[in-house]
Design a protein around this ligand. Structure first.
Ligand code: ADP
Ligand code: MG
Length: 376
C-alpha cells in the first residue's frame, strides 16, 4: 500500500455514438469516453474506515467495511443513495477477493447528473481505480467494469448493462471503443480527425422512461420467440439478417415488428460503421448517425419533439457531420459529430435556434473522445 500520499483519479463520462437499444439484444455498441470527469481525491488510511465527501451534494458519510454488507454507515444509519455507488464498488471488490483499504476521500464531477452521460458509472469506475491504485492489485479493465456493473445492479439496485462502466474504464483518446455485448470483445476505432463531439441536453426529463424501456425489451423478446419458430437457431435479434427478418413480417404484431426492426437494422449500422471509421469516411459515418435517429424516432418510438428539433437544427448547421438522440430516449441528450473548427459556432447556433423553437434552454457543450479512468 502507498501511504501518506494524495491520489487523484479522473474518471470520464461517456456517450454512445451508435448502437442504441441493442445492448440487451447481444448487439454491438460504439461508446466514447468524454473529457468530462468525476475527480476523486483520496488519502489512504491505516484502518478500514472509508470516509467520503460528495462535494457537489455537500454530503458526507463514514463507512466501516465490516458493515458494508448492511448498507449502513458507522452509526448504523442506512446509507444515502449517492453513497451506495462508491460503497457498492468496495462491496463488489471485496466480495471478489480484492483488498480494499480505508480512505479519506472527496469527489466532485462536471458530468451532468441523470442526463444519460453515465455520471454513475464514472463514480463507480473512479472508485475502483482508486482502490486498485492504493492496493496495487492487477485487474484488466473489462473485469473492473464488470465489478462496477455488479455494484450498480446488485448493491445500488439499478438494472444497467455493461456499456457505461466499460466505456468509462476503456476509453481511448480520439477513439470510440466498439464493444460486442455478446462476446465482450472490444476494439478502439479512430474517430474522424479534427472533430468534436457536441452534446446537447434537451432539458426534457420524463419519468415513464423505465416502463417504456421494459415494454421495448419485452417486444424484443416476443420478436425472438416468433423468429425461433421459423429460424430455430436464433437466440437474440443479433442472430438474424435483415432479409430473413423482413421475410416473416406477417407473423408479428405490428409494433413488435417495428421495434425489433430497429434493433436488427441498428446492429447492421454498427457493422457498417466499423468499416467507415477504419477508412476515415466521416460523412458516411455521420449518415449512419442520422439514420439511427430516424429509426429511433419512427421505428423504436423513443424520441420526443424536442430531441427531433435538436437533430433537425443540427443537420441544418455548417460543420455538422451527424446527429442523433443518445441514451434511452424520451428526453435527455443528443450527440453531434461536428468539425472542430465549426464547433463553437455550432454550439451557439444550436442553443439559440432551439430556444427560438421550444422556449427551452438546452445545455450544449463540446467534448472530445478521451482516455478511460486514470491516475492524474
Ligand atoms: P447518469 O445517467 O448520470 O448515470 P444515474 O441516474 O444512472 O444517471 O446516476 C445518477 C446518480 O449517480 C446520482 O443520483 C448520484 O446518486 C450518483 N452521482 C452521480 N454523480 C455524482 C456526484 N457528482 N456526486 C455524488 N453522486 C453522484
Ligand atoms: Mg447511470
Amino acid at each position: 500500500m502507498e501511504k501518506n500520499r494524495s491520489i487523484r483519479i479522473l474518471s470520464p463520462g461517456r456517450v454512445n455514438l451508435l448502437g442504441e437499444h441493442v445492448d440487451y439484444n447481444d448487439g454491438l455498441v460504439l461508446p466514447v469516453a468524454i473529457d468530462r470527469y468525476v475527480t476523486v481525491d483520496a488519502q489512504p488510511r491505516i484502518d478500514r474506515v472509508i470516509q467520503i465527501k460528495a462535494l457537489d451534494l455537500n454530503q458526507y458519510v463514514q463507512i466501516d467495511q465490516k458493515s458494508i454488507e448492511n448498507k449502513t454507515d458507522t452509526t448504523g444509519t442506512p446509507l444515502p443513495t449517492w453513497a451506495l455507488y462508491p460503497a457498492g464498488v468496495a462491496w463488489s471488490l471485496m466480495r471478489s477477493g480484492y483488498q480494499v483499504f480505508g480512505v479519506d476521500c472527496e469527489y466532485s464531477s462536471n458530468i451532468p447528473i441523470g442526463a444519460g452521460l453515465s455520471s454513475s458509472a464514472a463514480v463507480e469506475v473512479g472508485f475502483a481505480v482508486l482502490w486498485q491504485t492504493i492496493a496495487g492489485w492487477t485487474m484488466d479493465r473489462l473485469t473492473l467494469a464488470q465489478l462496477c456493473q455488479k455494484a450498480e445492479t446488485e448493491y445500488v439496485g439499478v438494472n444497467c448493462g455493461l456499456m457505461d462502466q466499460f466505456a468509462c474504464a476503456n476509453g481511448v483518446d480520439g477513439h470510440a471503443v466498439l464493444l460486442d455485448t455478446r462476446s465482450l470483445q472490444y476494439q478502439p476505432l479512430p474517430l474522424p480527425k479534427n472533430t468534436a463531439i457536441v452534446i446537447a441536453d434537451s432539458s426534457i426529463r420524463r419519468s415513464l422512461v423505465n416502463s417504456d424501456y421494459n415494454d421495448r425489451r419485452q417486444d424484443c423478446e416476443s420478436a425472438v420467440a416468433i423468429l425461433k419458430k421459423s429460424y430455430p437457431s436464433v437466440r437474440s435479434l443479433r442472430d438474424i439478417s435483415i432479409p430473413e427478418f423482413l421475410a416473416i413480417r406477417q407473423k408479428m404484431p405490428g409494433c413488435v415488428f417495428k421495434h425489433a426492426r430497429h434493433v436488427v437494422e441498428e446492429i447492421e449500422r454498427v457493422n457498417q460503421a466499423i468499416r467507415f471509421l477504419e477508412m476515415g469516411e466521416s460523412e458516411q459515418f455521420g449518415r449512419l448517425m442520422y439514420e439511427t435517429h430516424v429509426s429511433l424516432r419512427d421505428l423504436y418510438e423513443v424520441s420526443c419533439p424536442e430531441l427531433d428539433i435538436l437533430v433537425d437544427i443540427a443537420e441544418s448547421l455548417k460543420g455538422c457531420i451527424g446527429a442523433r438522440l443518445t441514451g434511452a430516449g424520451f428526453g435527455g441528450c443528443t450527440v453531434n459529430l461536428v468539425e472542430q473548427s465549426r464547433a463553437d459556432e455550432f454550439v451557439g447556433m444550436l442553443y439559440e435556434k432551439y430556444q427560438q423553437k421550444t422556449s427551452r434552454k438546452a445545455s450544449v457543450f463540446i467534448t472530445h473522445a478521451s482516455r478511460g479512468a486514470h491516475v492524474y
